[in-house]
Design a protein around this ligand. Structure first.
Ligand SMILES: Nc1ncnc2c1ncn2[C@@H]1O[C@H](COP(=O)(O)OP(=O)(O)OP(=O)(O)O)[C@@H](O)[C@H]1O
Ligand SMILES: [Mg+2]
Length: 594
């Protein structure tokens, strides 16, 4: 009993949350939709009563009354259909508004969450559920609340007609509907349980669909002949879903047949009772017609109410995922009262005893002490997996350090506004984005508030060596890149990298971090880009991560990372003299050029 009560409470709370969501998305349209639906639900009851009066009037041969009643009937019917139409108009508008609003909330939330969330499969399961259900669950919940309330209003009004037969009649009908209600609740729970566990499999199917339908994988699908393998997984998972659904559908069919029988028995039982009452003269013929009609209608309204309640319950089980998703909080946030950096001062970034692990107990960076200042050029070198990219991510607060601290002009970066911090640093990431958008947008993202600065964008493109091929396009800087949209131009690997470089050049951040910025560039372009980088970053700090020692050697200071620790630091000459790890790596590469 206690369990039932707390379940009802949970459902009520969820119902209120849905209502809040609905009204937040559009108070005006929500009120319109709720109001019109409620009115249209009580109108049919008047119709039944009018029917009774008409039959009684016919039997009394009162032509005037019949005429008047017919006119009123016409009026009520016209009103009823007008409100029905208005209600569905409201519904059509509301569902779009609600869909937009709830989806936008997911997008905002996702964009705010830490990077670490996106590296957690459980998070993706949750996101999958939320994304899959969001297009219709809140809308369905709204629909069910409205339909439920209006059905209850309809049922209450019909009860008055049934009292005419017996005060017990409505209660008997309610009692006889309970088995259906119980079944619908159970069915709702079954549906939820089988689909709720499917997220990892749905995502697997999604991965297969992506693999077989997306440009990025199209070539390899052919080269490695992946089709059959991928379709095998697709079909195996779908077979399982179909089997589960079939089992459930079978249950529904069998139970529904019994429940329909029960419904028919109660209808005929009560109707017979009404017929006997008429024969005994306790009811008029009009009463009989009204009552039998009302019984049917009452049954269908009750069935509706119980079905709505069960579906509402099922819907809420899913919506819980949505609401709990909305409660996720990023751990990396701006402080309540951030400290402002003095933009006049030259910038220093300092790592003090910084250690970091993506997972507990597995440190990727250990005791890093490093000072980046004086608008110098730094190079970060080290073998694959040494921790170079991770170091950069910490600087941008994409992750928070596990131990130690990172200071900018002596202020812990945790005390800075996140947007302000990220404005200080720009550059090119190792796995930079290829935005299938226009050239202007691709480069403009480097300084998003100045995207309309065409000259600045062109200058940046020149520095990156991208202007030449951009000028070759018919639409120049308004050319769509990639083949995903109409009139898009596909670029070569190196050209995409030049666009990403232009994005970095366009930024006016005082620190530029370039993680493998020229990995795809031809030697001539690489030379040009470095020449430009050095002149362009005269007043900036440059942090270059590269495996190309021909460029690394030009840096003012080289930092050698090995297994998460700084093992050497100094100028090219001093490190060569030291004849340690750097000299070893440098000589290894230089050997091929001799
Ligand atoms: N998101 C992540 N979650 C868990 N471990 C990670 C993650 N990203 C990187 N790692 C691990 O951290 C270590 C350092 O990776 P990092 O990307 O910093 O290396 P890197 O020096 O940039 O290497 P490369 O030269 O290949 O770019 C690696 O062992 C890698 O497996
Ligand atoms: Mg890296």
């Amino acid at each position: 009993m206690h369990k039932t009560f707390s379940e009802i409470k949970t459902q009520a709370v969820l119902g209120l949350k849905v209502l809040k969501l609905v009204f937040e998305s559009s108070p005006r349209w929500a009120s319109f939709y709720f109001g019109t639906t409620l009115i249209s639900s009580v109108v049919p009851t008047f119709g039944f009563y009018l029917g009774k009066l008409t039959i009684d009037a016919i039997l009394a041969r009162d032509i005037n009354l019949v005429l008047i009643l017919a006119l009123i009937g016409l009026g009520i019917n016209t009103l009823s259909s007008a409100f029905n139409n208005l209600a569905s108009y409201g519904y059509n508008i509301m569902k779009d508004l609600l869909n937009r609003y709830s989806t936008e909330k997911i997008l905002v939330k996702s964009a705010e969450l830490d990077l670490s969330y996106f590296e957690n499969p459980k998070f993706h399961d949750q996101l999958e559920k939320v994304q899959r259900e969001i297009s219709y669950r809140p809308q369905q919940a709204m629909d069910l609340v409205v339909e439920g309330i209006s059905s209850v209003a309809g049922a209450i009004s019909l009860s008055f007609l049934l009292f005419n037969l017996s005060v017990w009649a409505p209660f008997i009908l309610v009692a006889l509907s309970v088995p259906r209600f119980v079944f619908r609740l159970k069915y709702a729970y079954w549906t939820f349980s089988i689909t709720d566990n499917r997220s990892p499999f749905n995502r697997k199917i999604g991965q297969i669909i992506y693999l077989l339908t997306h440009k990025d994988s199209a070539a390899e699908v052919k080269i490695f002949n992946i089709k059959k393998f991928a379709l095998g997984i697709f079909n195996k998972l779908n077979d399982r879903f179909i089997f589960e659904n079939k089992t459930l559908a079978k249950k529904l069919t069998i139970y529904s047949s019994f429940l329909d029988l029960l419904g028919n028995l109660s209808y005929y039982g009560l109707s017979l009772f009404a017929a006997f009452q008429t024969i005994a003269g306790r009811l008029t013929l009009g009463d009989l017609t009204m009552t039998t009609g009302a019984i049917r209608q009452y049954q269908s309204v009750l069935q509706g109410i119980f079905t709505y309640m069960a579906r509402f319950y099922e819907n809420n089980l899913f919506l819980q995922h949505y609401f709990s998703f909305m409660e996720l909080k990023p751990t990396i946030e701006s402080p309540a009262s951030p400290i402002k950096i003095n933009s006049e001062e030259p910038l220093t970034i300092e790592f003090k005893n910084v250690s970091f692990g993506y997972e507990p107990g597995k440190l990727v960076l250990k005791g890093i002490n490093l000072k980046i200042s004086d608008a110098k050029n730094f190079a970060l070198v080290g073998e694959n997996g040494a921790g170079k990219t991770t170091l950069v991510k910490l600087m941008l607060r994409l992750y928070d350090v596990t131990a130690g601290e990172i200071l900018i002009n002596d202020i812990n970066i945790r005390n800075l506004d996140l947007v302000a911090l990220r404005r200080l640093v720009s550059g090119i990431a190792q796995n930079y984005m290829r935005y299938e958008m226009t050239v202007r947008e691709n480069i403009g993202f480097g300084d998003i508030d100045n995207m309309s600065d065409t000259k600045g964008i062109k200058d940046a493109a020149k520095l990156a060596g991208a202007d030449e091929f951009i000028e070759g396009f018919k639409d120049k800087y308004d050319t769509m890149l990639g083949k995903y949209f109409e009139k898009g131009e596909e670029l070569s690997g190196g050209q995409w990298q030049k666009i990403a470089l232009a994005r970095a050049f366009f930024s006016n951040a005082p620190v530029l971090i370039m993680d493998e910025p020229t990995a795809s560039l031809d030697p001539k372009s690489e030379f040009e880009v470095f020449k430009n980088l050095v002149t362009h970053t005269k007043n900036k700090s440059l942090i270059l991560i590269s495996h190309r020692f021909s460029t690394v050697r030009l840096a003012d200071e080289i930092i050698v990372l090995h297994k998460g620790e700084i093992v050497e630091q100094g100028t090219h000459e001093s490190l060569i003299k030291q004849n340690g790890r750097y000299a070893n790596l440098y000589n290894l590469q230089a050997k091929w050029y001799k």
